[in-house]
Design a protein around this ligand. Structure first.
Ligand SMILES: C[S@@+](CC[C@H](N)C(=O)[O-])C[C@H]1O[C@@H](n2cnc3c(N)ncnc32)[C@H](O)[C@@H]1O
Length: 203
């Protein structure tokens, strides 16, 4: 079991560090949502796409008392290095495995190797959620949760005034939202939490 008070203090320090360095991590209210879902759901195996410096993976570990195995994918090698240092520091390196590389390359390998997860958290490039989805859906156990963060992308997905540089990601997210709504294999609710979070339960 993890030493929770130490972890709580050190995680708040890691949040401060991420904010100072402009490293995007889950918003405070998104972490509350994750806490509630994780404590109800108690997943054995978690997959995260988008590790950054390991804040959310550490938070997930903390909420599951260190009893959950977490695979987390990150394509920025400096961040992979920093995340590994943080997992060592928090004493969770044995249960949190960072998989370095591009998620669209790694997900097919995880699926082919027969991996299954109870909880999948997508927090990576918004324009790629549609590409991640088929692999995530196939690796998610029945009764498992798929959590997609940032689905409203600073409100741009709901309005028609996205700056040119974000239009591709905004269109991709709109398509992703419609696909989740239409998917008969999932029950999905869209929450305003953080930057918009889709919570999908696999039937
Ligand atoms: C918002 S940050 C993740 C924050 C982290 N989940 C947290 O809350 O602590 C997104 C991260 O996803 C990584 N990323 C984006 N698209 C990716 C992809 N296609 N494959 C792997 N990593 C990706 C970025 O390099 C970035 O570090």
């Amino acid at each position: 079991m993890l030493e929770i008070p130490k972890l709580t203090y050190e995680l708040s320090e890691l949040r401060k560090y991420a904010e100072e360095k402009y490293i995007p991590i889950i918003k405070e209210d998104t972490s509350l949502l994750l806490e509630i879902l994780l404590k109800i759901h108690k997943p054995d195996k978690v997959l995260e796409i988008g590790t950054a410096i390991g804040f959310s993976a550490t938070f997930i570990s903390m909420q599951t008392g260190g009893l959950t195995l977490i695979d987390t994918i990150e394509r920025d090698y400096d961040k992979v290095h920093e995340a590994r240092q943080n997992f060592d520091r928090f004493d969770i390196a044995e249960i949190v495995k960072v998989i370095p590389g591009e998620a669209t390359d790694i997900l097919p390998c995880l699926l082919a190797s027969g991996k299954k997860y109870d909880f999948i958290f997508i927090d990576a490039a918004k324009g790629q959620y549609n590409e991640f989805f088929p692999f995530c859906f196939n690796m998610l156990n029945s009764g498992g949760l798929l959590i997609s963060d940032n689905v409203y992308f600073h409100g741009m997905v709901e309005k028609d005034d996205a700056p040119k540089k974000h239009i591709t990601a905004v269109r991709a997210l709109r398509k992703y939202i419609e696909m989740l709504k239409d998917n008969d294999g999932l029950t999905t609710i869209f929450l305003e939490t953080g930057d918009g979070v889709a919570v999908s339960l696999k039937k």
